[in-house]
Ligand binder design. Sequence first.
Ligand SMILES: Nc1nc2c(ncn2[C@@H]2O[C@H](COP(=O)(O)OP(=O)(O)O)[C@@H](O)[C@H]2O)c(=O)[nH]1
Ligand SMILES: [Mg+2]
Ligand SMILES: [Zn+2]
Length: 223
Amino acid sequence: MSREVTIVENVLRVNDELAGMIRRELATRRIFTVNLIGAPGCGKTALLERTLKELAGQLRLAVMVGDLATARDAQRMAAFCDQVVQINTGKGCHLEANHVHQALSRIDLGRVDILFIENVGNLICPVAFDLGQDVKVGMFSVTEGDDKPAKHPYIVAESAAMILNKTDLLPYVPFRKEIFMEDVRRLNSKAPLFELSVTKGDGCDSWLNWLKQGRAAKAQARA
Ligand SMILES: Nc1nc2c(ncn2[C@@H]2O[C@H](COP(=O)(O)OP(=O)(O)O)[C@@H](O)[C@H]2O)c(=O)[nH]1
Ligand SMILES: [Mg+2]
Ligand SMILES: [Zn+2]
């Protein structure tokens, strides 16, 4: 085995051990944790802004958001939530368990029901790094083209739910939904797919209900 392969395997092993510790801590506290993964601009922050706004007063929420350089996403979400932590990854193109571990120390976990993690905008390597989440949610938007699930099979296969955003733009972009859906279902026959227009609010209720069910199941699960 080449030296490079060994190093990559070691990095993932150390990551997975720490992710396991995070998962046990979050389980003890019954915090339902969502790792949101999608390309830059698909609407991750917009979705979380709306989600935070809609669930405020019903559930206690916290967010951590990974970004290479700015705190802009955290600033946007801080308008709707008092527990938002920015993680700057520098040149890093994905979050690792180590980032989450550090960010958790800045969150009051005693008052969180759902923790959202907005991963760095990227459909590829975030999938490989366990963050200790309960679920990965893969997010696409119609402006990215209908071939993206087929080209990014791992995120589709590993998602507990998926989102197709910007449905309001369907009349203006060439997007063959039947091709998109065929590829999604070939790779993952079980996970629900929510078709949303985050900016208009279309379809958001089913997404919010799914989150509430996830949190309810977590609250009843044995730690
Ligand atoms: N038309 C349309 N634009 C959207 C929608 N959701 C997000 N956007 C826009 O897409 C751009 C990127 O959104 P952002 O939330 O920053 O994406 P992120 O990079 O995935 O966090 C912004 O200009 C949003 O206003 C949507 O449902 N419809
Ligand atoms: Mg964002
Ligand atoms: Zn990466």
